[in-house]
Design a protein. Structure first.
Lengths: 298, 283, 276
C-alpha cells in the first residue's frame, strides 16, 4: 500500500491549529514584552532609591537638588479614586443605555443612540480633555475657584468609557437567543422583567467583559485626565480638590526629565502595571468563585 | 423586541421603562452637547482646502489633507495587523472557555488593555523605532496601535464567536465538516455583525490615540510617501494646535470635526459590509 | 458563490489595497535627511525653519519630531537625532554638548481678563505662590480667592520662574499644575481668580485672539517683546538647537541658516524674540 497524502481536511485543520496557537502565543506575550521594557527602564531608579520609598511616601519632588523625594502613594490613590468615580458614573449609565438600545427602544431610536455612542468612542482623548477644560471645569468651579479636580476627572473619564460599556452590553444582549425572551413573554413577563430576569443574566459574561475593558481604559487614560484633574500631588480630599494620577504624572514630566528622573517615572509605570495585574487577578478570582457557585446551584 | 404598548403593564414596568428612556435621553443630550460645542467652535475652518492642503505656519494656516492620509494609513495598518492576530486568538479563547490557558491569556490581555498610552508610546519608540530600526514611521505607529487595540478586538470577537448558536456548529460537526470550513463558512459569517462592533471600537480607540503616536509615527506634517515615512496623525495635530500653538483653537476643533467625520465614514462602511456578508451567509 | 468572491467585495478590497499599497514604496530618496527631536516649544519654529530650508535646498529633507527637551538632549548625545531641541540653557553637567541659541522666550505673569490688578512686585508673587496671600482683596483686586497655577517639574519655565522669585519648589502651594503653555492659559481664562505664568509670546497671541486673559507687570515692567529686547524685562529663557561632537556639513548649513537674520521673521511669527 503506497503511503497516502493526508486528506486536505486534516492539513487545513493543522494549519488552523498552528495559526490559532501562534496568534495566542504572540498576543499573550505582548504584555510580558512591555513589562520587561518598563522594568528595565525602571531598574536604575529602583536600585538607587529602593521600591520602599516609592510605596511608602506621598511626597513627589523628583527634581529637588538637595533632597529629592519619590513618593507614589498619593498618586496611586488618585488613580484609584478617578477610575472608581468614572466607573460609578459610566457603569450603571452604560448598562442602562445598552439595555435600552438592545431590548426596549424602538429601532430608529436605538440606531440613533448607537450612532451617537460610536461617535463618542472615536473622539480623541485630547478633545475630551479640551472640552472638559474649557466647558466643564469653569462650570464646576462656579466662578470662585478652579474646577479642576476629582469630579472633573471622573466625569471626563466616565464619558470616555461609557461607549465601551454601552456597546458591549448592547452586543451581549443582542446575542441572547430570542427563544429565551419569547419564553418569558409567554409566561407573562413584561419587557423590563424579561430584561432583568432573562437577558441580563444570560449576557453577563459579555457585560462583565465590557466592564473590564472600561476599567482598564479608565486606569490607563492619560491626556484627558492631565487636562482636568489639576495635577497637584495630594490625597483625594474632595470632589473639587486637585489630584494627580500616575499616568498624568508620567506624561507631565517624561519629556523634560533627565535620566534619573526618567527612570523614576518608569517606576511609576511599573507600579501602575503591578496594580492592574493585582486587580485583574482579583477579578478572575471573584469570577471563578461566582461560576463555581453557579455550577453548585445547577 | 421592543416594548409595544405600556398599557396593562405593571407600574414597575412603566417606571423602569421611563427611567431607561430618561437615561438614554440624558446620554444622547450630553453627546449632542459635546458635538454641538465642537461644531460651533470649529466648523468655521472647514472647507475643501482644509481637507486637501498640508498644514502651514505651524498649523495656523493650510489644512489637514496630509494628516488625513497619515492617519488612514496608521489606522489601516493597525487593523490589518491586529485583526487576524486577534481573530485567531479569539477562536482559541471561544473554544476553550474555562481552561487555565484561556483564563491566563485573557488576564494577560486585560492587563495589556490598561497600560497607559504614554507607556505604549515609549515602548513602541524603544522597540519598533529603535530595536527594530523602523525610526519615526507610520509603520511603527501602526504596530504600536495594533498592540493597543488587540485586547478590545479579541474580547469582542470572542464574545461574538461564542454567541453563535451552538446548534450551527454541532450540525457542522455532525456533517463531518472540517474545523477550518466550519470556522470560515459557518461560525465566522454568523458572528460578523458582532465582530464589526469590535472593529468599530478598535478603530475608535486607534483614531483617538495621541501619546502613543507622538513617539512612534511622529510630528512631520508633509504628505507621507511610504510606510517608513514619519507622518503626523490627526489626533497628534489636534493636541499640538490646542495645547502648544497659541491662537489655533478654531483649527484644533475643526481638525477634531474632520476626525469625527472620518470615524463616521469608517464605522458606517464596516457595519454595512458586515451586514451584507452576514446576510448572504445566513441559513 | 460566497460573499468573499462577489464582485463588489473584490472591488472594495482592491480599492483598500490600492490605497494602502501607496505606502509600500518606502520613503522617497532624499540626498540627505536631518532629524531634529526635542522640545515641543521649539518644534513649531523648527518645522517652519525646516519648511523654508527645504524649499531652497532641494534634495534635503528635515524631519522635526517632538518628545520634550529631555529627549532632545538625550537624542543629540546618542546620535539618534542630528540636532536636539531644548527650551532651556544647558545644565552644568552637559558640557559635552554645544548649544546654538535660535530664539529667546520671555516668561510673563497672566491673570484673568476681569482681574483689575495690573502690576505685582516680586514680593507679592512670592507670597501668592507660598500661599501666604489667598485672596485678591489683599492685593487690591476684587475677583475673589486666588487660584495659583504652577508649572510641571523639569520645565525651564518653572526653573527660571522659581529662580527669579527666590522660591523652593517644595514650598510652593499651588492649586493647578499645568503642562503645556496653553493649558495654563485656558485654566486662567476659565477661572476669574487665577494667576499663572506663560511664555510672553503665547500670551500676546492669545490676547489678540480674544482669550480672556491679560498680562501683569512685574516690578513695574510690563512683559512685552520690546521690554525683553531692551533688557528691562529679564524673565526669559533661551531656545536652543543642541548638537554633540563634530557637526556634519549638512547640519552646520542648517544651523547657519536657522540662526541667520533672514529667518528672524519666522522667529517673530512664532512669538519669540530673535537671539541677540
Amino acid at each position: 500500500m503506497l503511503p497516502q497524502r493526508p486528506p486536505r481536511r486534516a492539513v487545513r485543520d493543522s494549519l488552523l491549529r498552528a495559526l490559532v496557537l501562534s496568534s495566542t502565543l504572540l498576543a499573550a506575550s505582548l504584555i510580558f514584552l512591555m513589562l520587561a521594557f518598563v522594568a528595565g527602564e525602571a531598574q536604575p531608579a529602583l536600585g538607587a532609591r529602593g521600591l520602599g520609598e516609592f510605596l511608602t511616601s506621598a511626597s513627589w519632588h523628583p527634581t529637588d537638588a538637595s533632597a529629592p523625594e519619590f513618593g507614589l502613594l498619593a498618586m496611586l490613590a488618585a488613580t484609584g479614586a478617578t477610575a472608581l468615580g468614572a466607573l460609578l458614573i459610566a457603569g450603571p449609565l452604560g448598562v442602562a443605555t445598552g439595555l435600552f438600545g438592545a431590548l426596549i427602544a424602538p429601532q430608529a431610536w436605538a440606531r440613533l443612540q448607537r450612532m451617537l455612542i460610536e461617535l463618542l468612542a472615536g473622539i480623541p482623548s485630547v478633545v475630551y480633555g479640551l472640552w472638559g477644560l474649557v466647558v466643564l471645569v469653569p462650570l464646576i468651579g462656579a466662578g470662585t475657584r478652579s474646577g479642576q479636580g476629582l469630579l472633573a476627572a471622573s466625569l471626563v473619564l466616565a464619558l470616555m468609557i461609557l461607549p465601551t460599556v454601552a456597546l458591549s452590553t448592547e452586543a451581549a444582549l443582542q446575542a441572547v437567543p430570542r427563544e429565551l425572551l419569547r419564553g418569558g413573554a409567554a409566561l407573562g413577563l413584561g419587557p423590563i422583567a424579561r430584561a432583568r430576569r432573562i437577558a441580563l443574566p444570560a449576557a453577563r459574561s459579555g457585560i462583565v467583559a465590557g466592564f473590564v475593558l472600561a476599567i482598564g481604559r479608565a486606569i490607563g487614560e492619560t491626556m484627558a485626565v492631565l487636562m482636568v484633574a489639576g495635577n497637584i500631588v495630594a490625597w483625594p480630599e474632595g470632589l473639587r480638590e486637585p489630584l494627580r494620577t500616575m499616568t498624568a504624572n508620567i506624561a507631565l514630566e517624561m519629556g523634560y526629565a533627565t535620566s534619573a528622573h526618567r527612570s523614576a517615572l518608569f517606576v511609576v509605570g511599573l507600579v501602575l502595571m503591578m496594580a492592574v495585574i493585582a486587580l485583574v487577578a482579583l477579578a478572575a478570582l471573584v469570577r471563578g468563585r461566582a461560576s463555581s457557585v453557579q455550577e453548585a446551584r445547577a | 423586541m421592543s416594548a409595544r404598548s405600556l398599557e396593562g403593564q405593571k407600574p414597575s414596568e412603566r417606571i423602569a421603562t421611563g427611567v431607561l428612556w430618561t437615561v438614554s435621553a440624558l446620554v444622547c443630550c450630553v453627546l449632542l452637547w459635546i458635538l454641538g460645542d465642537l461644531v460651533v467652535r470649529g466648523a468655521g475652518v472647514l472647507s475643501p482646502e482644509f481637507l486637501t492642503e498640508a498644514p502651514r505656519d505651524a498649523g495656523r494656516a493650510g489644512g489637514v489633507g496630509s494628516l488625513i492620509i497619515s492617519t488612514l494609513w496608521i489606522v489601516a495598518l493597525a487593523v490589518l495587523i491586529a485583526l487576524p492576530l486577534g481573530f485567531f486568538t479569539a477562536v482559541l479563547l471561544a473554544d476553550h472557555r474555562a481552561t487555565r490557558l484561556a483564563r491566563f491569556v485573557r488576564g494577560c490581555l486585560d492587563v495589556l488593555n490598561a497600560v497607559p498610552s504614554i507607556v505604549f508610546g515609549l515602548f513602541g519608540s524603544g522597540f519598533f523605532c529603535v530595536t527594530l530600526g523602523l525610526g519615526y514611521s507610520i509603520l511603527a505607529g501602526g504596530l504600536t496601535l495594533a498592540c493597543m487595540i488587540l485586547p478590545i478586538l479579541i474580547r469582542t470577537i470572542e464574545e461574538a464567536l461564542r454567541a453563535v448558536p451552538s446548534d450551527l456548529a454541532l450540525a457542522a460537526a455532525a456533517l463531518g465538516i472540517s474545523r477550518w470550513t466550519r470556522l470560515w463558512r459557518v461560525v465566522a459569517p454568523a458572528a460578523l455583525p458582532a465582530i464589526a462592533v469590535g472593529v468599530v471600537l478598535g478603530v475608535g480607540r486607534a483614531l483617538s490615540e495621541t501619546a502613543a503616536l507622538i513617539f512612534t509615527s511622529g510630528y512631520v506634517t508633509r504628505y507621507p510617501e511610504g510606510w517608513l515615512d514619519s507622518g503626523r496623525a490627526l489626533s497628534v495635530h489636534i493636541y499640538d494646535l490646542a495645547m502648544n500653538i497659541p491662537g489655533a483653537d478654531q483649527r484644533a476643533y475643526g481638525s477634531a470635526l474632520v476626525l469625527i467625520g472620518l470615524l463616521l465614514i469608517i464605522n458606517t462602511s464596516v457595519r454595512l459590509a458586515a451586514r451584507r456578508f452576514s446576510a448572504r451567509m445566513a441559513p | 458563490m460566497t460573499a468573499m468572491n462577489s464582485p463588489p467585495f473584490r472591488a472594495a478590497l482592491a480599492a483598500c489595497l490600492a490605497l494602502l499599497a501607496g505606502g509600500c514604496s518606502g520613503s522617497a530618496d532624499a540626498a540627505e535627511t536631518l532629524t531634529l527631536t526635542g522640545s515641543s516649544t521649539v518644534a513649531p519654529l523648527a518645522s517652519e525653519l525646516a519648511l523654508r530650508y527645504e524649499a531652497t535646498h532641494p534634495g534635503v529633507r528635515i524631519d522635526v519630531q517632538s518628545g520634550g527637551s529631555g529627549r532632545g538632549i538625550a537624542d543629540a548625545r546618542q546620535g539618534t537625532a542630528d540636532i536636539g531641541m531644548a527650551s532651556r540653557a544647558l545644565a552644568p553637567d552637559e558640557t559635552d554638548l554645544d548649544a546654538h541659541t535660535v530664539a529667546r522666550d520671555g516668561i510673563g505673569l497672566i491673570v484673568h481678563a476681569d482681574n483689575a490688578v495690573a502690576s505685582l512686585t516680586t514680593g507679592d508673587v512670592r507670597r501668592i505662590y507660598l500661599g501666604e496671600v489667598t485672596d485678591w482683596a489683599e492685593l487690591g483686586g476684587s475677583v475673589g480667592p486666588i487660584t495659583v497655577v504652577h508649572k510641571a517639574e523639569g520645565r525651564a519655565t518653572l526653573e527660571v520662574f522659581l529662580e527669579h522669585m527666590g522660591l523652593d519648589n517644595k514650598a510652593v502651594d499651588a492649586d493647578v499644575v499645568a503642562g503645556e503653555n496653553e493649558q495654563a492659559v485656558k485654566t486662567v481664562a476659565g477661572t476669574p481668580g487665577a494667576i499663572g505664568y506663560v511664555s510672553i509670546g503665547t500670551a500676546e497671541v492669545d490676547i489678540a485672539a480674544g482669550v480672556a486673559i491679560r498680562t501683569v507687570a512685574l516690578d513695574g515692567v510690563a512683559p512685552t517683546a520690546a521690554a525683553l529686547a531692551d533688557g528691562s524685562y529679564t524673565l526669559a529663557r533661551p531656545l536652543n538647537f543642541v548638537t554633540a561632537g563634530k557637526r556634519s556639513p549638512h547640519v552646520q548649513a542648517f544651523l547657519d541658516f536657522a540662526l541667520a537674520p533672514a529667518q528672524h521673521d519666522l522667529v517673530r511669527r512664532e512669538s519669540f524674540l530673535p537671539a541677540q
